[in-house]
Design a protein around this ligand. Structure first.
Ligand code: FMN
Length: 313
């Protein structure tokens, strides 16, 4: 199995969980890592909210006990704020800088994919975090013009980043437009730092295809409610065939997720229910199970509910 080396961090496989707002909390990261992900980032957090000690942000910043490597994704637009935030991030092993988020809430603040118009600024942000002693990655989209991705990637490398993740969609594309992996291959051929490919990987075969052109793969949507995608991908990389899906195994992980959510004080019940509705995707009778799930008011009720489904599949 190919390993993935990011600066001084050596990951024992090249399959990583993407940062995802409202998904990759401490409990979810833990079950994905147990399922085989070698790295899992805390979702994108705003530097301003970190500096202002926003309560929700502080909760999301928590690592689970023993989490290694601890990785977090940050977003911001102001290099002096990157300097200020460094002391708040000392417990993390890896900092990712978001240069790809297309949400108007982020681009309106001149961060996320807005930055792809200004690679010099991306370089300054990376340099600032490197100077503060961190292992640093950047996650980008292709940008506003396709050739732009090569220019941005070279700036990222020159800034001293330890790896680059490319989500192979234009800054303005939705997920209905297929990711264009050929641009990832072009970047890989033009820079020397590790490249992690992202976009539309939902099977062992797709992961293998991406790994033919990159050093690592990053999985987002296919991991929502399906942490076993990591086990399945590693199985394919080892054996060259897809592993059969197991609803029971996945439901057991939902139960584990609920248990960990309680343990880590993850109190956002609507977030937990959203994940739950994804865990039951594909199960016979999923639509009525989902309606039932939406009525649940707390984790205890969700645990009982998960137990009932488990006994029925
Ligand atoms: C619910 C959701 C939340 C996301 N949040 C983030 C985020 O916090 N940071 C980020 O860089 N990308 C975020 N993304 C984008 C993903 O990380 C990924 O780049 C994109 O979904 C393409 O990968 P996929 O085809 O494997 O889903 C998010 C995507 C989804 C579906």
């Amino acid at each position: 199995m190919k390993k993935l080396k990011i600066g001084g961090i050596c990951l024992n496989n090249p399959v990583v969980l993407a940062p995802m707002v409202d998904i990759t909390d401490a409990a979810y990261r833990k079950i994905c890592k147990q399922a085989g992900a070698s790295l899992a980032y805390i979702e994108m957090l705003n530097i301003g909210a970190i500096l202002h000690k926003n309560k929700k942000t502080e909760q999301l910043m928590k690592l689970y006990p023993g989490e290694k490597p601890g990785a977090i994704q940050i977003t911001g637009n102001n290099i002096s704020e990157f300097k200020k935030v460094a002391p708040y991030l000392s417990k993390y092993d890896l900092i990712d800088i978001n240069c790809g988020c297309p949400s108007i809430r982020i681009t309106g603040n001149q961060s996320g994919s807005y930055l792809l118009r200004n690679p010099q600024k991306i370089k300054g942000m990376i340099r600032t975090m490197k100077d503060a002693g961190f292992t640093v990655t950047a996650k980008i989209r292709l940008g506003f013009k396709k050739n732009n991705v090569l220019t941005v990637a070279k700036y990222v490398e020159k800034a001293g980043a330890d790896a680059l993740t490319i989500h192979a969609r234009m800054a303005y594309h939705g997920n209905d437009v297929p990711a264009e992996w050929k641009w990832i291959a072009k970047v890989k051929n033009n820079i020397g730092i590790p490249v992690i490919g992202n976009g539309d990987i939902n099977s062992g075969k797709k992961a293998q295809e991406m790994l033919e052109i990159t050093d690592g793969v990053m999985i987002a949507r296919a991991a929502i409610g399906n942490p076993l995608i990591f086990r399945d991908i590693l199985y394919y990389l080892n054996k060259g065939k897809e592993r059969e899906k197991s609803f029971k195994d996945n439901l057991n992980l939902f139960i584990k997720y609920l248990e960990l959510s309680k343990k880590y004080g993850i109190a956002d019940i609507s977030r937990i229910k959203y994940l739950g509705s994804n865990f039951i995707r594909g199960i016979p009778g999923a639509a009525s199970w989902r309606q039932n799930l939406m009525q649940k008011k707390n984790i205890k009720e969700l645990e009982e509910f998960a137990g009932t489904i488990l006994n029925s599949v």
